[in-house]
Design a protein around this ligand. Structure first.
Ligand SMILES: Cc1cc2nc3c(=O)[nH]c(=O)nc-3n(C[C@H](O)[C@H](O)[C@H](O)COP(=O)(O)O)c2cc1C
Length: 342
């Protein structure tokens, strides 16, 4: 059914199609129609981060930025859903258009710029949780917050989402917030991780529950940079890594009419680049640190490559736009077969 629906959706401007499909999904959930689409694939739980993930396939951050639709999205068969990126204060994001389909490459370029309704709105939404899978909440900094004050934005957001999140993702890798990616390197990263660990310890004490904090990184790194970031992650004992966000490298799509658009590229052209970063991370982090692999998973075999490179779980975004809910079943089946062989 999705190929037909996709024809209709792809005839609309990308952000309009995005908003419209989420509205429809929300309505279908309210009318209790979604259970008709819930895949009949057996759960294959994964124990990680002190949590039990019903299956290894998650929805990546950015699709449900405000937490309006995670209950509905969860019913499509995801083992985990990551909402956000949410910032302490609401912000409009960049001017539209800011999302572009490169259909011939099964890719997307976006420069949304963390458009979201702010953390208080999202917290109100997650109070109405019906989704019984794992809920991740991805936090970021406001555009107007100076780079040197980034920690305080992450602390504010972390404090507010902490009671409701199964895990928290600290996004330091969006290419659409000026200067954000500088937080991935050197003293900036060291100071940020030190501050986050202190906050996490305080909140853990206060709530009597330790919520794992993962760091989401960009794919635009050479191996030396991956080695260095890995050493800092190990030093601060971060709970896990999400690799990767979108890429700034558009060389693979230079024939597209949208190739010159500013923003991050995701989907099929990102598959190999993100898998390579996962492989390098695993080599430098050793076997114990959890890695969630994301970037260009368009079919089951792409997910298996991420797992073979060293990821423990996978997430999808662009592939879900191009393939629809069938992608989730496809990956879940491939992962189950892969585990059965292992
Ligand atoms: C339109 C769009 C918006 C996104 N917004 C966010 C975001 O707010 N926070 C975030 O961490 N990642 C965001 N991402 C990145 C995705 O979560 C994912 O890391 C990236 O797209 C690579 O996966 P994919 O190739 O399966 O799309 C966004 C991606 C797209 C296409």
């Amino acid at each position: 059914m999705y190929p037909v629906l996709r024809k209709l959706l792809f005839s609309l401007e990308p952000e309009t199609a995005h908003d419209f499909s989420l509205e429809c999904l929300g309505a279908a959930e309210r009318l209790k129609l979604l259970s008709l689409f819930t895949p009949s694939v057996e759960d294959s739980p994964v124990e990680l981060l002190g949590l039990t993930f019903p299956n290894a396939v998650g929805l990546s951050a950015g699709l449900d930025k405000n937490g309006d639709y995670f209950n509905a999205l969860g019913q499509l068969g995801f083992g985990f859903v990551e909402i956000g990126t949410v910032t302490p204060e609401p912000q409009a994001g960049n001017p539209k258009p800011r999302m572009f389909r490169l259909a011939e490459h099964e890719a997307i370029i976006n420069r949304m710029g963390f458009n979201n309704k702010g953390v208080d709105y999202l917290v109100d939404r997650v109070k109405n949780r019906r989704f019984d899978g794992i809920l991740g909440i991805n936090i970021g900094k406001n555009k107007v917050t100076a780079e040197e004050d980034a920690l305080s934005d992450y602390e504010i957001a972390m404090e507010k989402v902490y009671p409701y999140a199964d895990y928290i993702t600290v996004n330091i890798s969006s290419p659409n917030t000026p200067g954000l990616r500088n937080l991935q390197f050197g003293d900036n990263l060291d100071r940020l991780l030190e501050g986050l660990a202190i906050k996490q310890a305080q909140l853990s004490e206060q709530h009597g529950r330790r919520v794992p904090v993962l760091i989401k990184i960009a794919p635009d790194m050479n191996e030396e940079e991956v080695a260095s970031i890995s050493q800092t992650f190990l030093k601060h004992k971060v709970d896990g890594v999400i690799a990767t966000n979108t890429t700034l490298d558009k060389s693979t799509v230079s024939d597209s009419p949208h190739a010159e658009e500013m923003g991050g590229l995701s989907g099929a052209p990102l598959t190999q680049q993100s898998t390579l970063v996962i492989k390098q991370l695993r080599a430098h982090l050793g076997g114990d640190m959890p890695i969630i692999g994301v970037g260009g998973i368009q079919q089951g075999s792409d997910a298996i490559e991420k797992l073979t490179a060293g990821a423990n779980l996978v997430q999808v975004y662009s592939g879900f736009i191009y393939r629809g809910p069938a992608l989730i079943t496809d990956i879940r089946k491939a992962v189950a077969a892969h585990h059965a062989l292992a």
